[in-house]
Write a protein that binds this ligand. Structure first.
Ligand code: FAD
Length: 353
């Protein structure tokens, strides 16, 4: 199919960030389309491992306009619940999402931007990129990675503990993913959990609510020119959601320091200690998925594009939404993306008149 369609705004990505943008674009009565590479709603939540739990209660995991309902008796909803919520959200606001459509490249085209996709081109006066990070898993370079004969996978490929039952497994990573995957595997495997620095659990009564408040307070302080309040990293790295808390309290979550290298059959620490492993699961984070923006040559440090708010500094018709604190405080969370989405759409509406 080859065509070029004209709209005011193209949103690239139909996960939560793209939908939050859509909500505000509707309110501003702008002509827009959301292009999403997935075959169905939900973005990255479609690919989460079975036992994943949100780190905030439902009411604190809501997009603008519509509260996420509680999930039965569960304090922290699972990914299936988020999928249902995002599907209903799209319906509720009749968001014009086209699937599956993958944006391949965004080009400057006179006073417009041309979004080249695998289903034809769209021409827009502004583009909101909301493609998330899940699609660019990050693995650190570790000596010996090529000699290890076991299985190596990133969090994005982890589903449930059954496929590792009875095996020796090393989980790498001291964030929420690492802790949740380690807690999931601990009862079923011979587990070694390694973290670059000692595992830092947040106090049991601190969850996504407090993280959001802290991120917002930090942004306000920085915007006002006050001293950096330290942000969420100062509180700890791991939210003690119930499965993590249970594994930790049962003594199953004892983090080891990071190993120095991989060997043919496992890992070796600097002092010569070794651990055999059939599999290594890297829960080592993500980078923003921005390759479709490469033709505009905007890339700055660490794979990011310099922004002021959500707007690309060197291309004012482009906004980046949902990738992390650099595109708005807590913007990579369900509850946090609403505000930067609103601000991005307001700026666009002002420019488009
Ligand atoms: P995504 O969900 O990744 O959506 C992006 C969409 O864009 C996808 O559908 C993708 O297919 C599409 N796309 C990508 N590239 C293209 C392209 N070139 N063209 C067209 N479409 C494209 N947040 C919370 O609030 N609470 C939590 O408890 C929580 N837990 C998390 C646990 C894990 C393990 C992870 C990784 C994240 C968690 N987050 C949580 C953070 C965040 O809410 C999720 O990462 C969320 O999926 C981010 O939404 P998004 O819309 O920015 O990106």
């Amino acid at each position: 199919m080859t065509h070029t369609l004209d709209v005011d705004v193209v949103v690239i990505g139909g996960g939560q960030a793209g939908l939050a943008a859509g909500y505000h674009l509707r309110r501003q009565n702008l002509d827009f389309v959301i292009l999403d590479a997935q075959p169905a709603p939900g973005g990255a939540w479609r690919h989460a491992w079975e036992s994943l739990r949100l780190f905030s209660p439902a009411a604190y995991s809501s997009l603008p306009g519509r509260l996420m309902p509680a999930q039965g008796g569960a304090e922290y909803p699972d990914a299936h619940h988020v999928l249902q919520y995002l599907t209903a959200y799209e319906d509720r606001y009749a968001l014009p999402v086209q699937r599956p459509v993958r944006a391949l490249a965004v080009h400057r085209d006179g006073d417009r931007l041309r979004v080249e996709t695998d289903r034809g081109d769209w021409s827009a006066r502004a583009v909101i990129s909301a493609t998330g990070t899940w699609w660019r898993p990050f693995l650190p370079a570790v000596p010996g990675q090529e000699v290890f004969t076991g299985r190596q996978l990133h969090t994005v490929r982890y589903r449930d503990p059954r496929e590792f039952a009875g095996q020796r497994v090393i989980v790498v990573g001291g964030g929420n993913s690492g802790a949740q995957v380690a807690a999931d595997l601990a009862p079923h495997t011979d587990l070694t959990w390694v973290t670059r620095r000692p595992a830092r659990f947040l106090a049991d009564d601190i969850d996504g609510r407090a993280l959001f408040d802290t991120a917002t307070a930090r942004r306000r302080a920085l915007d006002a020119g006050d001293t950096d309040t330290g942000g969420v990293a100062s509180l700890g790295d791991i939210v003690a959601v119930p499965p993590v808390r249970a594994a930790r309290d049962a003594g199953l979550l004892k983090a080891q320091p990071m190993f120095a290298r991989l060997t043919e059959d496992g890992a070796e620490w600097a002092d010569g200690t070794r651990a055999e492993a059939a599999a290594i699961i890297w829960c080592t984070g993500f980078r923003p998925a921005l390759s479709h923006l490469a033709p505009m040559g905007l890339r700055g440090e660490r794979g990011r594009i310099p922004t002021r708010g959500t707007r690309a500094v060197d291309e004012p018709r482009l906004h980046l939404l949902g990738y992390g604190d650099w595109t708005g405080p807590a913007s990579a969370t369900l509850i946090g993306v609403g505000r930067p989405a609103r601000d991005a759409v307001r700026e666009i509406a002002a420019v488009l008149g």
